[in-house]
Design a protein around this ligand. Structure first.
Ligand code: HEM
Length: 223
């Protein structure tokens, strides 16, 4: 019998290439000198945008899986998450090497002085343990603790949006609505995760219990 082709495994290399494409384009534009009047800001902005997009894409895997009923989609999550981490590292690397000109110790002064850097840096720190424990082996070894630990993944895009919104607010970027759009996408992905049906059933049960207790004349029996 012919073995069924594993389309997730087959589609991973093109997805890998697709995730790498923004960096290739960025490097190409930098080499061609077509990044506009402020190339360093462009490098920071475009790498930051892709970091945030990929973080949100990682969060979108579970809803997409449930909506389509294709549970195999979960196998894309690690690739997307690791690429998000990769783009955050590139983004921070550009900031440290090009923006701060290699005066890396300045990062501590910047963290203390600029709240948006503090928030971005915190998000980066939180991503490290997630990236390091993303392998199947670590998943098996950590068991339940793996799941508990990987819940931080919900906090990181929130910090990313906050980092961007703060930056716009402090006038470091052209005032734009983009952080709002990212924030709305994040909110939608989180709202989707609320188990509405279970919440509704719980509330109904609570209301039914309260009504029954109110009808009961014997206070001792209510306990
Ligand atoms: C999860 C972590 C992070 C995410 C998702 C993120 C995302 C972003 C985004 C979306 C932007 C704005 C892009 C635009 O204007 O289109 C940005 C800008 C920026 N980020 Fe981050 N970032 C993160 C961490 C960091 C870290 C760790 C640093 C440095 C220590 C950093 C430094 C900057 C700087 C310097 C800018 C540009 C500010 C300016 O325009 O002057 N970011 N980031």
């Amino acid at each position: 019998m012919a073995r069924r082709r594993d389309w997730v495994a087959l589609s991973k290399p093109p997805l890998f290439a697709l995730c790498l494409l923004p960096l290739v384009l960025l490097a190409w534009n930098a080499a061609q000198g077509t990044l506009g009047p402020d190339p360093v800001a462009q490098l920071e902005h475009r790498s930051g945008d892709w970091a945030l997009r990929l973080l949100l894409a990682t969060l979108a895997v579970t809803p997409l899986r449930r909506v389509t009923g294709v549970s195999k989609l979960v196998r894309y999550r690690r690739l997307l998450g690791l690429f998000a981490f990769f783009y955050v590292c590139v983004h921070m690397g550009i900031y440290l090497v090009i923006d701060l000109g290699g005066f890396w110790s300045q990062i501590f002064a910047e963290i203390a002085r600029k709240p948006y850097i503090t928030v971005g840096f915190t998000a980066w720190l939180l991503l490290i343990p997630l990236a390091l424990t993303s392998t199947k082996g670590m998943m098996r070894r950590l068991g339940r603790r793996w799941q508990q630990m990987h819940r931080i993944v919900y906090l990181i895009p929130l910090l990313g949006v906050l980092h961007y919104a703060w930056m716009v607010k402090s006038g470091n970027a052209i005032a734009n609505r983009e952080p709002l759009y990212y924030g709305a996408a994040f909110a939608a992905l989180m709202l989707w995760r609320i188990p509405w049906a279970r919440l509704r059933d719980g509330l109904r049960a609570l209301r039914a219990g309260t009504a029954a207790a109110a009808r009961c004349p014997d206070p001792a029996a209510r306990r």
